[in-house]
Design a protein around this ligand. Structure first.
Ligand SMILES: [Zn+2]
Length: 126
């Protein structure tokens, strides 16, 4: 059988996606018969027509898939914040140390560039 995603209701309020601020949703993921896990995914799936990439949390990493709804919500609400802080710190170091040294950049990976832009904006707001 194919793997399946099924949208389910969360009794706990989901925080908005820490990356892009869009609504988070709780999903049930069945990878194979009997192997069912829950995962919180960002509802931002980009816009193909306008070349806008989906949010990185639209398809979260393996570590966000949990056995229960409660765990999935908890990990989405805490772990993504931690990862975001770590990335923001790295982006700040990058911004302060590297950009000032090399002056200009040639970045070809637009998804990374987009993520870096989001992180730098958040860092500046602090
Ligand atoms: Zn998002």
């Amino acid at each position: 059988m194919r793997e399946e995603f099924l949208k389910i209701k969360s009794r706990v309020n989901l925080k908005p996606c820490p990356y892009c601020g869009c609504e988070n949703e709780l999903w049930q993921h069945e990878q194979s018969v009997g192997y069912v896990r829950k995962v919180v995914m960002c509802s931002n799936n980009g816009d193909e027509d306008n070349f806008i990439e989906p949010c990185p949390m639209h398809m979260p990493p393996e570590g966000f898939y949990m056995a229960t709804k409660r765990e999935a919500v908890k990990i989405a609400n805490t772990r993504s914040n931690l990862e975001l802080e770590e990335l923001a710190d790295r982006a700040a170091v990058f911004y302060d140390d590297i950009i000032t040294q090399i002056g200009s950049l040639c970045i070809q990976d637009f998804q990374n560039l987009n993520e870096l832009g989001i992180l730098l904006t958040k860092h500046k707001k602090k």
